[in-house]
Design a binder for this molecule. Structure first.
Ligand code: SAH
Length: 442
């Protein structure tokens, strides 16, 4: 979502005459769009600000000015503290106010203090933003934001604010513009994207399954994905969309967090382990080749060896093809940070290492299993070597291939020649430009 937000900030700034550059050195403005989800992400901001301060001073020496801005959830959550530690920051704003950038930029330099806007304004930024100008072959589109779930470990409700769904008409219009600008894949974004319930032109509230069917009808949209989903919000219609909509890719990121009911309850998740297992079964009967990914937190307060083993068992049983896993990180102001049963750092580290080894084995086995198959791959970016491009399979695996640049942004059939833990390598089979119809892992 930060990638999406950054692109929208660029749209706003384009109106003021700014254009994006690749290097911070010499720029007229640098915006750090920050993440507050774990302590490590937040710490990075301070390290990066130290580096940018030097560039800001260099620019000053040449008689210029570099406006240094901090955006996103660290700005939202730590605004005052951040300005105390980094008084050279000119501009500070949260995820819900970047449509006001023209006004903020105009105010920079008028006072000694930084310009700050960390409101949760009554007006919606989406109603004020200019239209998206450019689109990548694989584009993002925010449909839902914020969260009311209050998982005890999580800062999102405090930084992104309450849950909100954009109206259907605005989403369809944005998707059409993206398709015209060359997007072949649209990834629908939301902190809890599958609790989407937006007002539609027919007067009814649409849930995500209905929205996806409508998006699939837009010419040029060959692939649809959505992330991130909350297990308890997965409804029948969305599951049915996995069966009926060929453009909906057979890959789903569905964070479970833990395989222990006791820990899930302490996290205030609204699902039990068996609910999750049953949900996976229902999804797989709708789409037999569905590849699953997840998020795991290890070392949540009170997690015993047995709780951790239950998580390992769940991983073995479900067979995730990739996953993100984290040590529990104490976030200021969240209930879990105040729990007395905190787990020592070295125990967390040991558990994380075992869990990641297991996940990596599964990922490698899945990737190796693809060797010999022909997979449709959307070529999204240039690779490291000359003539190389990188794309994504339907199952989200990065695939490397030598291909002419004219194929950039198209979907090609690749014969998979090699699979490692993190990616696949393929060669061009017959070039096609259509949706994934092969059910390679049925
Ligand atoms: N809405 C999704 C979560 C998205 S946040 C859900 O409800 O499942 C992205 C991931 O960051 C979470 O799934 C979680 O695994 C991780 N995370 C969030 N807060 C964390 C914390 N305090 N410590 C460690 N990991 C955390």
């Amino acid at each position: 979502m930060n990638v999406y937000d950054s692109a929208r900030m660029a749209d706003v700034l384009a109106r003021l005459g700014y254009t994006p550059v690749d290097e911070a050195a010499g720029a007229d403005m640098v915006i750090l769009n920050t993440c507050h989800i774990r302590e490590k992400a937040a710490q990075k901001v301070y390290a990066e600000l130290g580096r940018l301060r030097r560039l800001q001073e260099d620019k000053k020496k040449t008689g210029g000015r570099m406006i240094l801005a901090v955006a996103g959830c660290v700005a939202q959550a730590e605004g005052e503290e951040l300005l105390r530690r980094a008084p050279f920051v000119d501009l500070l704003f949260g995820p819900q106010t970047y449509h006001r950038l023209p006004r903020m930029v105009a105010m920079v330099g008028q006072t000694a203090r930084a310009v700050v806007d960390t409101d949760f304004p009554a007006e919606r930024k989406f109603d004020r933003l200019p239209e998206t100008a450019a689109a990548a072959a694989a584009a993002f589109l925010t449909v839902q934001e914020g969260c009311d779930k209050f998982c005890t470990f999580c800062v999102v409700p405090y930084t992104r604010g309450v849950e909100y769904s954009r109206p259907v008409a605005a989403i369809l219009a944005e998707a059409r513009r993206l398709a015209v600008a060359g997007a072949r894949q649209i990834t629908l974004l939301g902190q809890n994207v599958n609790c989407y319930h937006g007002a539609s032109p027919d007067g009814e509230e649409w849930r995500l399954g209905r929205l996806i069917r409508e998006l699939a009808a837009i010419e040029g949209v060959a692939r649809i994905r959505y992330t991130t989903s909350y297990p308890a919000d997965m409804d029948e219609k969305l599951i049915a969309a996995h069966r009926d909509v060929p453009q909906l890719m057979p890959f789903l990121h569905l964070p479970v967090q833990s395989g222990s009911d006791k820990i899930l309850a302490a996290m205030n998740r609204r699902h039990k382990v068996d609910d999750y297992r049953r949900l996976v079964e229902r999804l797989r009967s709708a789409r037999p080749d569905l590849a699953l990914s997840s998020d795991f937190i290890v070392g949540f307060p009170g997690e015993t060896d047995d709780d951790f083993e239950a998580t390992m068992r769940l991983i073995k049983d479900v067979g995730f093809v990739q996953a993100y896993s984290f040590k529990f990180s104490c976030r200021p102001g969240t209930p879990a940070a105040a729990m007395e049963t905190q787990i020592p750092e070295d125990l967390k580290e040991g558990r994380l290492a075992s869990l990641q080894e297991l996940l990596k084995d599964r990922q490698q086995a899945f990737n190796e299993g693809c060797v010999g198959q022909v997979l449709p791959v959307l070529l999204e970016r240039r690779g490291r070597h000359p003539g190389q491009m990188v794309g994504r399979s339907p199952y989200m695996q990065p695939v490397h291939v030598d291909a002419p640049r004219s194929l950039f942004g198209t979907i090609v059939n690749l014969r998979i020649e090699a699979g490692s833990a993190n990616s696949l390598a393929g060669i061009l089979s017959t070039a096609v430009d259509e949706t994934c119809s092969e059910r390679a892992f049925a």
